[in-house]
Design a protein around this ligand. Structure first.
Ligand code: SF4
Length: 260
């Protein structure tokens, strides 16, 4: 195989590669977690993905430098599993738009090799950077956390203006990817009737939307905060009950097909 394609030797900072995931797209997925994220969601379950630099804590190293071709070499090992399960490669984060050129080259080459591609992003970045990445993806998962800008700043550390603008463009442009919008359901933060109504109404205008998904809050990742010496601000929060999750699903379900 000719490995002198565009960007083959570009270097990226990878948090880790996870094989045989069944949660990040169709079939068995090889998930490439990129390091670095400009958001600081208080419920983030992968705090080790947030910093751009490689970190060391309690004998663990979080992150390593790899080239596009080195990542693809690992991904190709799983091709037999993709074939039988309809799987492929998913790029996640952190926020993948933080290393956009690396991600674009990786996705485009994977597609060229007929590997199914999916991305998980907040769309917090420039549209010009995001668009080619979206177009190189078969499935696009976008996190929509909170519609209220002030609250978004408070709980996620940044304004949501660019996220909402980009999501509207991604959801209405002429495109051939499957768009799935996901909202992490955080008790007391975005699970009120008014907020869920706004999320449902926003998603209803996205003509590319395949479906909407609620991701109930969980406490995974709290031990990593301790290892990294960072406070976990939501330590008293409990996971929502099954009844409450169903109540939330009914509200957004008035506007868009909602799955849990
Ligand atoms: S966008 Fe994702 S990776 Fe970034 S802080 Fe929020 S939950 Fe964590």
């Amino acid at each position: 195989m000719n490995n002198n394609y565009e960007g083959h030797d570009l270097k990226g900072t990878i948090l880790r590669l996870e094989r045989s995931s069944i949660y990040d797209g169709d079939g068995y997925r090889t998930v490439v977690f990129m390091k670095g994220c400009p958001l600081r969601c208080q419920w983030c379950s992968t705090p080790e993905s947030q910093n751009y630099k490689i970190e060391e804590a309690e004998g663990n190293t979080y992150g390593k430098i790899m080239t596009v071709e080195e990542v693809l070499k690992e991904v190709r090992k799983d091709i037999p599993f993709y074939f039988h399960s309809g799987g492929g490669m998913t790029i996640s984060g952190g926020e993948l738009l933080s290393q956009a050129e690396f991600v674009r080259c990786l996705l485009q080459r994977a597609r060229w090799e007929a590997i199914d591609t999916a991305i998980e992003t907040t769309l917090f970045g420039d549209w010009e950077t995001a668009e080619p990445i979206l177009r190189a993806s078969n499935t696009v998962f976008v996190d929509l956390k909170i519609t209220d800008d002030e609250k978004h700043r408070e709980y996620c550390g940044v304004s949501n203006k660019r996220i909402l603008e980009n999501l509207k463009r991604a959801g209405t442009m002429n495109a051939d990817y499957r768009l799935i919008v996901r909202t992490p359901l955080i008790p007391g933060v975005n699970d009120s009737e008014a907020e869920l109504e706004r999320i449902g109404q926003f998603c209803a205008q996205l003509t590319n939307l395949h479906h909407f998904q609620l991701l109930p809050y969980h406490r995974l990742g709290t031990d990593t905060y301790r290892k990294l010496g960072r406070p976990y601000l939501l330590k008293d929060l409990r996971a929502p009950s099954a009844d409450h999750i169903e109540w939330c699903r009914e509200i957004t379900g008035k506007y868009v097909k909602t799955v849990i």
